[in-house]
Design a protein around this ligand. Structure first.
Ligand code: NAD
Length: 441
């Protein structure tokens, strides 16, 4: 099949690369020339394991074409995926400017009947509005072209995106016409060879499904973080509680880890957008509003622990921070806890030395410039330990899991560790003379 993917971010690039791996001819279109030029030379704008080799081999075979010229792409394809960003608007709703701009680009350049599939996460009813928008422009242009619409939300996880895309748990397709379901089932059949994982439904339910998946996962995290805070004030250990409840099959072990708050490009904005959708339809959601509130407070938990230990004035103290990405396996720092913790400590006079295996550049681009003078970035994890007054672990990259604590003991000013992801063992560290502060235990 010949496919256009509009938007070459985490979703568009991964989707395009995976479709092309299966032998489809894929045009990946973006409006950022620099990004497309880089991609033509196999320079990726993001870090995602295995993506580089996939892009390179598909380009070499001629199955993956990068372009800023949407007309070139639409002339040669009849399935168009929209995978542009839907960031949070000021009022918490989803900003659909990129979606409608992509829709206009399609309408103004399309020359043959095509299927338009929205892969971006969009509020209920967007598919309908996009179809109307495209049809209005086609009418103004006296075009005879007909378009069909579908919703096909993406469930990939950054850091595991290729694996998730090639072996999806399920493929949700929302459409109105039987032929549309058949076309998309054909396209995805190579990804679900061992058993049928299609979930077919109407477009609105498909749009809603994506938000509900993210809201459910965010709720599990915030619920467990709230339990962690209750454990702390009562003397229970949330790690034991987690094991105790996870063994119940109805609950399960996934997404019940306490920590220092969720971030990323999806959970915070999608929970907010779902709240906004509910409110604009006259329903006031109660649980969702508190999922966000708990998370906002949880991003301050490490700061509060530092202040409890060192006092409100942190002048003269240096903190080593391990992990800037919102989670391991990605360079994405959107809504990352590191942004909150580091800026709050600097406001109180602290100096920061920071290390992340992948996300340093993105972090420098994202954090307010006013904080940069107080942060020293390192290329290796041990470089920042010597002379620090405490280590703060924010992102649980594997290389942080079993470090040389004897080196820490020899070189740190004070043997203090704040473990924001509960990856260290209290007994071991206490035996080595460290103070260890964790979440909920
Ligand atoms: N990142 C994730 O893990 C993830 C997972 C599932 C779903 N989603 C959803 O997928 C969508 C895309 O997310 P992302 O993280 O890939 O976004 P992103 O911001 O990384 O990438 C979006 C890309 O679209 C491009 N773009 C914007 N307008 C364009 C236009 N008119 N024509 C061509 N290109 C255009 C931008 O230049 C950018 O490269 C969002 O709705 C998001 O919520 C994201």
């Amino acid at each position: 099949m010949n496919i256009t993917v509009i938007g070459t971010g985490y979703v568009g690039l991964v989707t395009g690369a995976c479709f092309s791996k299966m032998g489809n001819k894929v045009y990946c279109v973006d409006i950022v020339e620099e990004k497309i030029e880089g991609l033509k030379n196999n320079i990726l704008p993001i870090f995602e394991p295995h993506l580089g080799s996939l892009v390179k081999s598909s380009q070499e075979r001629g199955d993956l074409i990068f372009t800023t010229d949407i007309k070139e792409a639409l002339d040669d394809t009849n399935i168009i995926f929209i995978a542009v960003g839907t960031p949070m608007a000021e009022d918490g709703s989803a900003n659909l400017d990129y979606i409608f701009s992509a829709a206009s680009d399609i309408a103004n350049n399309i020359t043959k009947d095509s299927l338009v599939v929205i892969k971006s996460t969009v509020p209920v009813g967007t598919g309908e509005k996009v179809k109307e928008h495209i049809n209005n422009i086609l009418k103004e242009n006296n075009s005879q072209v007909k378009i069909s619409m579908a919703s096909n939300p993406e469930f990939l996880k950054e850091g595991h995106a290729i694996e998730d895309c090639l072996h999806p748990d399920r493929v949700v397709i929302g459409a109105e016409e039987k032929e549309v379901f058949e076309t998309l089932k054909d396209l995805y059949s190579q990804f679900v060879l061992n058993h049928d994982r299609f979930v077919l439904m109407d477009i609105k339910s498909s749009e809603m499904t994506k938000y509900v998946a993210n809201a459910m996962l965010a709720t599990k995290i915030s619920f467990m973080n709230e339990i962690a805070n209750i454990c702390e004030v009562t003397g229970a250990d949330v790690q034991n509680v987690r094991r105790g409840i996870g063994s119940d099959k109805r609950i399960g072990y996934d997404f019940i880890y306490a920590g220092c708050g969720y971030g990323g490009s999806c959970f915070p904005k999608d929970v907010q957008a779902l709240i906004s959708t509910a409110q604009s339809n006259g329903y006031e959601p109660k649980i969702l509003a508190n999922v966000e509130l708990v998370n906002k407070n949880q991003k301050m938990v490490l700061v509060n622990k530092v202040v409890d230990r060192f006092g409100e004035d942190l002048t003269g103290l240096t903190f080593a921070v391990w992990g800037l990405a919102f989670k391991p396996g990605t360079d994405d720092v959107r809504e990352a806890t590191s942004l909150v913790v580091i800026s709050e400590l600097i406001k109180r006079g602290a100096k920061i030395k920071a290390y992340d295996p992948q996300a340093t550049e993105e972090f420098i681009r994202t954090i307010d410039d006013e904080y940069l003078d107080s942060i020293e970035f390192a290329k290796g994890r041990y470089e920042i330990i010597e002379g620090s007054d405490a280590l703060i672990l924010i992102t649980e990259w594997k290389e942080f899991r079993n470090p040389d604590f004897d080196y820490f003991a020899e070189t740190m000013n004070q043997k203090v560790i704040f473990d924001g992801r509960n990856i260290y063992y209290k007994k071991i560290l206490n035996n080595k003379g460290f103070e260890l502060y964790q979440i909920g235990c």
